[in-house]
Design a binder for this molecule. Sequence first.
Ligand code: PLP
Length: 375
Amino acid sequence: MSFIPFNKPFFSGLEFTYMRQALDSGHVSGDGRFTRETEARLRALLGGERHLLTPSCTAALEMCALLLDIAQGDEIIAPAFTFVSSVNAFVLRGARPVFADIRPDTLNIDEEKIEGLITERTRAIVVVHYAGVGCEMEAIMKLAAARGVPVIEDNAHGLFGAYRGRPLGSFGRFATESFHETKNITCGEGGALTVNEERDVERADIIREKGTDRSRFFRGQVDKYGWADVGSSYLLSDLLSACLLAQFEKKDLIQARRRALWNAYAEGLAAWAGSQGAGLPVIPPHCDQSYHMFYLLLPSLDFRQRLIAHLRAADILGVFHYLPLNRSAMARKIGAERECPVTEDISDRLLRLPFFFDLGDDDQRRVIDRIIDFC
Ligand SMILES: *Cc1c(COP(=O)(O)O)cnc(C)c1O
């Protein structure tokens, strides 16, 4: 009986072929052939004006903060139940996060809690499609337009998902993707910025190229390049882009397996969850999820901790998820503490189960059986 990890990245073999081609080509810095081809995949999937591969989703979020000229005294609204990068990218520029609580069903930012948090200092609304299930984008985009506040989709979980038939990552002024090894497709560390409005395209190119107009130079639009704006080093190496292109080419295979695993968990655990008062993920009918994770919402913190220990004793790793950002040491330090009761409750009771391409049917059966025999 072998140990069942929580996550394990999947590589098909094509990654090595493409990475060798990148090495052989002699071009392994950014913006080579593989970067362009991978960016074209994103364009085909999401539409949008520009897709830029970045070293991480965090880097893409930092680019958003630079593109919006976020400065000291500004505020951004974000869910309290998310990864630190969704807010840190803006805090780095001096903004203060204003945390919104989440919906108890999808665990996404509660669209009805946003309006009351908007002030004259609000510069952005950051939304996260938790577990790849779309936020209520209809209401959020309507509110944001009425109040003139840009929306940024942190789409680290949501790539390949859709809301009312439209892809996640295509709604906001900006969207960011993650290709970290814990995400559906990966190159180890990587990300992307999607620019959905023409007015941001030129500046996004410049900020990504250390504040120079080097991209324009390579397109033959200017005859020399120089320092044009603030910026940083936000390009992904073509070696990693090669890995990522291979993952994009295997996306149907990867997504099909993840869907099968997700459905098997949902079917295998439904009766047990019903009998224990535990919750399974809620997928509204107008959301096509991305099959990013499978979680249980257990009746209490104590129940969850005992189940984690029970699984651990059976060589199975189940893990909890985000701690409420609104109660973090950093939130205290910068005066961003707020009450977000749903976030605080969910954070205590959520358990993520092993979920990755190579999880075999027998191993998944073992996870389900050990949960059922817990009580
Ligand atoms: C993984 C993740 C990130 C960070 O992604 P990196 O590519 O590691 O920077 C940001 N936001 C969310 C919601 C994530 O899940």
